[in-house]
Design a protein around this ligand. Structure first.
Ligand SMILES: Nc1ncnc2c1ncn2[C@@H]1O[C@H](COP(=O)(O)OP(=O)(O)OP(=O)(O)O)[C@@H](O)[C@H]1O
Length: 254
């Protein structure tokens, strides 16, 4: 039994027989903020989805909070922010409704919301700077604000571990700053973070460790690597989460 929040040993994932991750070992300890970097298609999202059990492992093991993931039931301890809201879902939910959904794992579906639930939702909205938009339909928000809504939904559950897939990809500067602030507060309260990032931007000072995924394997685990090539130039403004193939990212080949 380890004190790791996440422990991955020898993990492999294949889609339709095609290996996408192989031989992945990763430990994340309590209080760490670990960034998962790598070129488009390298397997970053697949890694975090495998950790959460959203895609099956072809080999290897994952433990969450010291429990084999197959037996892990305490999902309120984990907040997950997927890559983006489904475009044009047409659901006219308000920001507060979406964020309140983050309380469900805490309170169970049948028990009515209590003051503590409302407080947690208010705190989460505040933390991402959306308190004044709480009553607005999510669809009227900018992409960055919608992304912040998903982050608030995860924070509302008061998780111990936050797993985020490209939380700032294609997001405006104000939303990036708001997210960095929310993350700093979460970490300040002892939270643990695993996040996929294309570029770190204002998150960089918060990152305690970076791993780089290249062609389905972890090729670096340690300090945040230095940006390379033209992406390192001041003023380079990369906002495309999914660059066309052939376009090298700043975290490209090791
Ligand atoms: N559901 C799926 N079915 C089949 N192949 C998939 C599926 N999801 C991802 N892949 C493929 O697996 C590989 C890794 O994808 P993944 O999304 O993990 O990469 P990524 O590093 O997160 O990329 P990006 O930065 O573009 O999000 C890619 O070649 C991708 O096309």
């Amino acid at each position: 039994m380890s004190g790791d929040v996440i422990a991955v040993r020898g993990a492999a994932v294949a889609y339709g027989g095609r290996p996408v991750l192989t031989g992945v070992d990763l430990q994340v300890r309590g209080g760490e903020v670990v960034a998962v970097l790598g070129a488009n298609g390298s397997g970053k999202s697949t890694l975090i989805r495998a950790i959460l059990g959203l895609v099956p492992l072809a080999a290897g093991e994952v433990d969450l909070f010291g429990t084999p993931r197959r037996r892990f039931r305490q999902w309120w301890r984990v907040g997950y922010v997927p890559q983006r809201l489904g475009a044009g879902s047409g659901v006219p939910a308000t920001v507060r409704e979406v964020v309140s959904a983050g309380r469900l794992a805490r309170r169970g579906l049948l028990r009515p919301a209590r003051a503590a639930d409302r407080r947690a939702v208010d705190a989460a909205l505040d933390s991402v700077g959306l308190a004044d938009r709480a009553a607005d339909p999510v669809g009227t928000l900018s992409g960055g604000q919608q992304q912040r809504t998903l982050i608030a939904r995860a924070l509302a559950g008061e998780p111990e571990l936050l797993v985020l897939d490209e939380p700032t990809a294609g997001v405006d500067a104000a939303s990036q700053e708001a997210f960095a602030g929310a993350l700093a507060r979460f970490v300040g309260h002892g939270g643990t973070v695993l996040l996929v990032a294309h570029e770190l931007g204002p998150l960089e000072p918060l990152i305690s460790r970076a791993i780089v995924v290249h062609q389905g394997a972890i090729v670096h685990d340690g300090a945040v690597p230095r940006p390379a090539g033209h992406h390192a130039e001041p003023g380079h403004d990369h906002v495309h989460p999914h660059a066309p193939s052939g376009h090298e990212t700043m975290w490209g080949a090791p």
